[in-house]
Design a protein around this ligand. Sequence first.
Ligand code: ZN
Length: 159
Amino acid sequence: MRLLAVLAHPDDESMGTGGTLYRHATAGVDVHLLCVTRGGEGWQGKPPGATKEDLPRIRTRELEEAGKALGLAAVELWDYPDGEVGDCDQAEITSRIAESIRSLAPAAVLGWGPDGGYGHPDHMRRRCLHRRRRGLDRRGPPSGPVPHGLRRAVGPSLP
Ligand SMILES: [Zn+2]
């Protein structure tokens, strides 16, 4: 069985979804993570002496370490600009996500819900996953099989 998490930033895999990813990985589920940005606009907390320009490299390394700690089978990191995912080509992002779903054929896809967890615009832009899933349900994919067993896209939501 395979699970695909599609998230916006390095740290999303640990914040809110880490327990779910770890639990599934340790139960023998093949957990894949697709992270849309390198987190170049992250919050403070950089190591002493690090600059804003260092942040994507630092967060990439942190994501790799988190992936190992969580027992993830694979981490794919894209390079859309942090904080500006909504300004990027939504059709392209949606198509890339759909292709990942087709090629991995996960039983479930996990991502931020429509509220983005706490309203982060990049989390909310990931709604394209939900729109795409509905599209798969309604019309079928433009090419390739619909992943068997994919019934829902789920994600964490804070009250
Ligand atoms: Zn995030």
